[in-house]
Design a protein around this ligand. Sequence first.
Ligand SMILES: [Zn+2]
Ligand SMILES: [Zn+2]
Length: 251
Amino acid sequence: MLINPKSDGHVHTRLCHHATGEMEEYVVAAIDKGLAELIFLEHLECGIRYREDTWLSEEDFAAYHREGQRLRQVYGDRICIGLGVEVGYNPRQVPAILDFLQQYTWDRVGISFHYYEIDGHHYNVVSRRKANLEPLGKQGVERVISDYFATLLEAVEVLPGTVLCHLDAVLRHHPEVHFTGAHRRQIREIFQGMLGKGMALEVNTSGFSHRGEQYPAAGILDEAIALGVPLVAGSDAHRPGEVGRFFERLR
Ligand SMILES: [Zn+2]
Ligand SMILES: [Zn+2]
């Protein structure tokens, strides 16, 4: 099997301040959907200056691990529960990120890049808000995308990641988003880096909601498969009802 449709390896909870639902509600939803495994992948960001915190604090992460252990005691005979982290990469904060990751055991370390810096301010590259899209567009869509892939390649090289998340979601809400041949070569380099580290590529089914196709798009996915990059599934649920969304389309 190319991908395990019984495992949802990417869900968030109210702990990140932009999702809803308790961890337990996600576990119950996963059991109801007939999943065999659910991996929480909560947001970590370091040194980001943004209008709101979209990630967990140190205390939130402590509570997260405590609750995860409790849920394993209660539901462990019905479903395998993993505690992971979605690391939003920040090239300026590598030591802080590595220090933090060492504090816990993680079942999955997802790598993403959410915040692009312009003149000391950060802008969310996956946001639909004008306050993000306008300055990023001004910077230049092609440039932001090539910086995004270059930064992701660095993240693959320097972080102990196990999965790369929503690879081509960059500027997903920008009308001019377009990948050039140079971008495609950057993606190939990322895949080579991942192969060297034994990382898997996430097939993120939230794309079906946003654009009618998973992240990454079929052409990119085909290339990953041809290169032998392993695939894992993630719904990127931000509500319990989204657990395992569109997994019937994974085949
Ligand atoms: Zn999120
Ligand atoms: Zn993400």
